[in-house]
Design a protein around this ligand. Sequence first.
Ligand code: JFZ
Length: 457
Amino acid sequence: TEKKEIKYGPITPAHRTDEAMERFRDYGLGQFIHWGIYAIPGNEWEGVSARNGAAASEWIRSWRGPRAPKDWTKTYDNLYKQFDPKDFDAKRWAKQAKDMGAKYVIFTTKHHDGFAMWPTKYSDYNIRHTPYKKDIVKEIVDAYDAEGIDVYLYFSILEWNNPDYMSSEPKTEEEKRKSARFLAYTRNQLLELLENYPSIKGFWFDGTWDRSWVQAAEFTYNLEKELRAQHPGLIIGSRFRNDEYGKRHFDSNGNLLGDYEQGWERKLPQDYSWLNGNDWDAVMTIPPNGWGYMKDWSGLYIKDTNDLLDMLMHCVSMNGNFVLNFGPDGQGNMHPGEDRLAKEIGEWMTVNSEAVYGVRYIDLPLSKYGYYTKKESKLYLTVFNRPVNNRIRIAIQKDAEAVPVDAKLLGDAAVLTLTHADMGLDRDKNTYYDVQLPADFKADKPFVIKMTLGTAK
Ligand code: JFZ
């Protein structure tokens, strides 16, 4: 197919190899935090909560809910006057994230409601004017920096309550002035964030789907250049902007816009081939949907530790980072269910994180038992499905350069028996290596078999 002439295509090279990007590639596990004034209603109004099909908690301003008063948006836009999270302690959150094993955090500086969690000079609708007053973004950045967890800032372009924001393409002169003001405001806020929090590693953009933003391809291209010039190494995903034909995430020639693919949201790629070798992250809620605080989890399927570890390994086995979302309440406490999951994931990571950090995809026939990851000469198989005969069969292409030469379990010093089990099946492209688990080996969680790859004997 013919290549299109594109003025506003990718700015950074595909597969950046600089230190910042290599760091991103090695994270494995991240934490997302959705925190804003939507934490006060917590997905309900007068005791009635969002249910099947209803929008998520941070969408309550738009969703309204069955008991919303007539002047609902006004009610919502005044909630900030009550925002005073007495229990908030950024250090406690950062410690929890560290204990869970998160290597980076994505924090909502401003969601679609337009409320800024930092004292921005460019709008009064910000944290300074709440009873809390203090700069929450700074507290988060400082606390996570101190724990050695990289900070990324979530930023919604879309704003529901800004009179200058329009969703459609500006047509009249007045609309064009409005739109130009809004773009200038967005630029100011982004440069302000970089100036205020110079240690951040990247932005996680959202709310970039409306025509008003899509038609501004020249502006957004220049803005991305400016942000990168301001902050060398900055990492931006594919959700920030589009080319001049309106193509988002990938330009009209199929090239990735930004440094990693940012469309995996409450969904996972089924197969490695879907990713075309791009870097990516997947962001995930614990309830089915709902990123901000939800008071009531009852009646909803809540992902358990096993579900989340399965998704984590699914992602890292395909070179992606898995980012687990937390929605703290209006007082600054995580949901008790989130506390429990963070603790259980952390306990698992203490033993098994070697199979998660800095690992890469390995081209092996898929395993029925779990997920492969690889780091240099080490091959890991995280087992979720244990076979009844306790024999874990590793299929390796007959023409593979390296095969497993030894095996052990993470968290256990004992050497496991490893045998070559070539059944000689006709036209079989694979050969097999069996790892024998001790019959008395007890596991109530997924476990990891660590193998060394070497030359076949
Ligand atoms: C957006 C937000 O609307 C939502 O509130 C939350 O912050 C989430 C992380 O991001 O929601 C989206 C955006 C894009 C897709 C799905 C949900 N998408 O591309 O499939």
